[in-house]
Design a protein around this ligand. Structure first.
Ligand SMILES: Nc1ncnc2c1ncn2[C@@H]1O[C@H](COP(=O)(O)OP(=O)(O)O)[C@@H](O)[C@H]1O
Ligand SMILES: [Mg+2]
Length: 273
């Protein structure tokens, strides 16, 4: 289970990103980068944050602790900024918090680079989950105490915005050409990349996928289902995610990072649904 904390103070907006994240203090004395259920994109992005963030953690990558941040109406009432007030009022209930890493800097690939194997693991997970937000323009990687931390998985699981036929999506290729870590894992040969793929795919078991989906609050799944005009059932929703995530691990995984892939030309993107 993810811990649930109660928001005590909305500190400031993090204007940088597209999901209107804010810095929030909670009753456990923690400070969290918070994504709001009331932000325009709905709860789909929050679902992806939990599923992919916890998958990353299970695969040994560093992700700041994720918590559920409970907001009460009261916090919005004390907020002077009208836009933020609306956001908070629309976000009563559970939101997503990520432990704030003080002093972390954005990864730029220049001052410091992670170990090659770690870069390849990040790329593998991004390819598996079709994360469209790990480009050199927008790496969503932080460097903290000379270690790599992955943040912002809200744009992974792109299939959940269109639900293309599951069979077609399972083999859909992922374009790594603009991946933020491409210059690092480009050092690996075909065999080494195949090893990374075999090792990581074996670790993403049906049990692990069910476990990370189990961490997602029912209310987010129901909200997203209602928004998409589907049955408002959390259980049916979880099954649906499995229908997309399990078959993608089967066969020869045409989406996996391979040696001599396209050279960096622009943003990494999944082939559109
Ligand atoms: N846990 C964290 N600790 C410190 N800074 C963070 C953390 N998470 C995100 N940030 C900073 O806030 C920015 C926006 O957060 P992000 O999760 O990427 O939101 P968005 O979905 O809006 O892109 C990041 O690019 C990063 O600079
Ligand atoms: Mg971001």
């Amino acid at each position: 289970m993810l811990r649930t904390v109660r928001a005590t103070c909305y500190v400031t907006a993090l204007r940088e990103g597209g999901s209107l994240p804010g810095i929030v203090e909670a009753d456990d004395e923690g400070t969290y980068v918070t994504k709001f259920r009331g932000a325009g994109q709905g709860t789909a992005a929050l679902i992806a944050e939990v599923v992919v963030g916890e998958l990353a953690r299970a695969l040994g990558l560093r992700v700041p602790e994720l918590v559920l941040v409970a907001f009460e109406q009261e916090i919005a009432r004390h907020e002077p900024d009208e836009e933020v007030q609306d956001l908070l009022a629309a976000s009563v209930g559970l939101n997503l918090g990520m432990d704030f890493l003080p002093g972390a800097v954005g990864y730029d690939g220049v001052r410091w680079r992670p170990p090659v194997a770690e870069a390849a693991a990040v790329a593998w997970l991004d390819a598996y989950t079709a994360n469209v937000d790990r480009t050199w323009r927008n790496p969503n990687l932080l460097v903290w105490h000379r270690e790599l931390w992955a943040v912002d998985h809200g744009a992974a699981l792109v299939f959940q915005h269109a639900w293309p036929p599951a069979a077609a999506w399972s083999g859909r290729v992922y374009d790594l050409s603009g991946h933020a870590l491409a210059p690092v894992f480009a050092g690996l040969d075909a065999e080494a990349l195949a090893d990374v793929d075999t090792r990581l795919a074996a670790r993403v078991t049906p049990e692990l996928l069910a476990a990370v989906l189990g961490l997602v609050p029912d209310e987010w799944l129901v909200d997203a289902a209602v928004l998409a005009g589907r049955e408002p059932s959390a259980a049916a929703s979880r099954d649906r995610y499995l229908e997309y995530l399990l078959p993608r691990l089967e066969g020869d995984r045409p989406w996996r990072p391979v040696a001599g892939g396209p050279v960096a030309t622009g943003g990494a993107r999944a082939v559109p649904a």
